[in-house]
Every structure is written in structure tokens, then in C-alpha cells.
Design a protein around this ligand. Structure first.
Ligand code: ATP
Ligand code: MG
Length: 309
């Protein structure tokens, strides 16, 4: 059964889409089949994962309107275990087109139901509004991942979201949990962020996730290359922090796995070792009838695997 997580905060620009893209990519790199659902008419998750904005393609919009089924809306991405249901700006019309339709709050839940066995995680990127799209995401979800910045007024904006979650529990989705509260664009060094973090810890307790995402320019650059940061710059602090977040979530749900990412740099070796290696390479190369340098090339391009268990 898929764990469906809505990535939400009605406040704009806090890091929802960056988290939806990079957390789903990190989960997928742990070889857990993961789906990213773009539920925002801005379609930033769609373009950030490398897909163009095509209004004719099957999409979240068509899924919500019952014009396509979920399986036919799946698009492949640059990661083997990551699929996406893309959005385009037609999606903005859903708020009006579904307004008088019975069961309008359940459209996404029903639409995603056939995918439950196919994926381990389904992440829904929500728009910056408490509108019918976010409502659909929260009704479809098992849990909500709240993205926040460690700002002075952070908690004020969050009360509207917590009220909405309460109302959705009462009316549509009693099992809706808080997956966690994630601090994004975090600057550990400032006194203010330390103070705000302490306040948030008091308020949210265990729900405040141990991992915080630092402000990191690679995270801001990656979407313009249509890649998750894991592929754009796997050694950046941004990539490391989202892998750490994936580990935290995987461990929370007792799912074992491993994270694999391309490793560019090679280990420094002692000259004696180097000579021995060269000799070995020569022999292996001869045996495999391969060109000079093939072994080093193979080493450089192999996938490094980190155990999460
Ligand atoms: P919206 O509410 O408009 O959907 P959002 O909450 O999805 O916004 P993002 O689009 O993820 O927020 O991020 C807002 C901007 O901040 C983007 O330009 C993004 O590249 C940048 N950004 C997000 N997280 C980080 C980070 N940790 N470090 C640096 N830049 C970041
Ligand atoms: Mg967004």
C-alpha cells in the first residue's frame, strides 16, 4: 500500500515544490517506487523534474475531471523508480469546474486509488492556497508534510493550516496524520533560527523532523536543468540533506532500502597501491580484451550504495 503524503503550506515560496521533487527523487533512489503528483497550476514540480508544460497530455487536471485514469497519466522521469503525474495551468480551472460537482473533495483520492499497489510513496505537491486542490490533496493523503521556514511569524501562518487539517479530519479523512514539520531554507548559524527552532520544538514536539534543509544554491539551480539535485550535484549540501530526510522518513515507516547515487570522485591511493592496481588493470584489460583505462572508467561510473538499515 502506498503512503500518500501531501506536501503543504498555504504560504507561498517556503520550499514545498523543492521538497516534493527532491524528497521523491531521494526515495526513488532508495529503489522505492515513488510517484510525484503535481497538484499546483504553477506546474513547478512538472518542469523541475524535466517535463515540458503540455496541456494536451494526461495530467492531474484530467485525472480530477475524470477524463483519464491514473495509470495512463503516469510519466517517466530521469530516475528509474520515480514517476510523475504532471500539471499544467489548466489545473487552475478545477476550483471552478468542480465547485457544483458532488463528491468534489474525493476526486484525487478516487483517482489515485488504482495506483496504491504500484508505489511505496506518493507525494503530492500542493499549491500555496487552502483551495479545492489542497483540499483534494489532504483528503487523498495519509499524512501531511508541513514545510516551514524558521521565521519569527512562522507559527501564525501555520494555525490556518492546522485548523484546515482538523476540519478535514472531522468531515472527510479522519485518519489524516501529520507526517512531520520540515524546516526548509534553514540557516543554522543565526540566533533567530535557533530561537524559532526551539519554539517550534516546544509546539510540535516529535513532529518537528530532525532533518532540516539548509539554504543551498544548488537546490535553487537544479530545477532550471530539469533535474532533482541528486542528479544535478549529488555532493551538494542540498542533495545530502534531502537524502537524510528520505532516510528519516524511510526509517519512520520501517522500510529498509538503500540510497544509490552517482559517485564522481575516486579514492586517493598510495603509489604502491597504484602500481599494483595498474598491473591488475593491465591483466584484467588483457583478459577482457578491453581498451586502456576501461577499469578506471568503470569505477568512476559505478553506483555507490549506502545501506539505510
Ligand atoms: P509556491 O508556494 O509558489 O508553490 P514553494 O513553497 O513550492 O512555492 P519552492 O518553489 O520550492 O517553494 O521554493 C521557492 C524558491 O526558493 C524557489 O526559487 C526555490 O528554488 C528556492 N528554494 C527552495 N528551497 C531552497 C533551499 N533550501 N535553498 C535555496 N533555495 C531554495
Ligand atoms: Mg510550489
Amino acid at each position: 500500500m502506498a503512503r500518500i503524503i501531501a506536501v503543504a503550506n498555504q504560504k507561498g515560496g517556503v520550499g514545498k515544490t523543492t521538497t516534493a521533487i527532491n524528497l521523491s527523487a531521494s526515495l526513488a533512489s532508495a529503489r522505492l517506487n515513488t510517484l510525484l503528483v503535481d497538484c499546483d497550476p504553477q506546474s513547478n514540480a512538472t518542469s523541475g523534474i524535466g517535463l515540458g508544460k503540455d496541456p494536451l497530455r494526461n495530467s492531474t487536471y484530467k485525472l480530477l475531471l475524470g477524463e483519464c485514469d491514473a495509470n495512463s497519466a503516469l510519466q517517466k522521469t530521469c530516475l528509474e523508480h520515480l514517476s510523475v503525474i504532471p500539471a499544467d495551468n489548466n489545473l487552475v480551472g478545477v476550483n471552478f469546474e468542480l465547485i457544483d460537482i458532488e463528491g468534489r473533495e474525493f476526486k484525487l483520492r478516487n483517482g489515485l486509488a488504482p495506483l496504491s499497489e504500484r508505489f511505496k510513496f506518493i507525494l503530492i505537491d500542493c499549491p500555496p492556497a487552502l483551495d479545492l486542490l489542497t483540499l483534494n490533496a489532504l483528503v487523498a493523503a495519509d499524512s501531511v508534510l508541513i514545510i516551514m521556514q524558521a521565521e519569527y511569524f512562522a507559527l501564525e501562518g501555520i494555525s490556518a493550516l492546522l485548523n484546515t487539517i482538523e476540519r478535514i479530519r472531522a468531515a472527510f479523512n479522519p485518519a489524516l496524520e501529520i507526517e512531520g514539520v520540515l524546516l526548509a531554507m534553514f540557516e543554522n548559524r543565526t540566533n533567530l533560527s535557533q530561537q524559532v527552532t526551539a519554539e517550534l520544538k516546544k509546539f510540535f514536539g516529535d513532529k518537528l523532523l530532525t532533518t532540516a534543509i539548509p539554504r543551498n544554491v544548488r537546490l535553487a539551480e537544479a530545477p532550471s536543468h530539469g533535474k532533482p539535485v541528486l542528479l544535478y550535484d549529488p555532493k551538494s549540501r542540498g542533495a545530502e540533506s534531502y537524502i537524510q530526510l528520505a532516510k528519516e522518513i524511510i526509517q519512520k515507516h520501517n522500510l529498509s532500502g538503500s540510497v544509490a547515487f552517482p559517485e564522481a570522485a575516486q579514492k586517493e591511493e598510495k603509489p604502491v597501491e597504484e602500481a599494483r592496481e595498474e598491473k591488475k588493470e593491465g591483466e584484467e584489460r588483457k583478459a577482457a580484451n578491453a581498451p586502456r583505462g576501461w577499469r578506471r572508467w568503470r569505477e568512476r561510473n559505478k553506483l555507490i550504495t549506502i545501506d539505510l538499515t
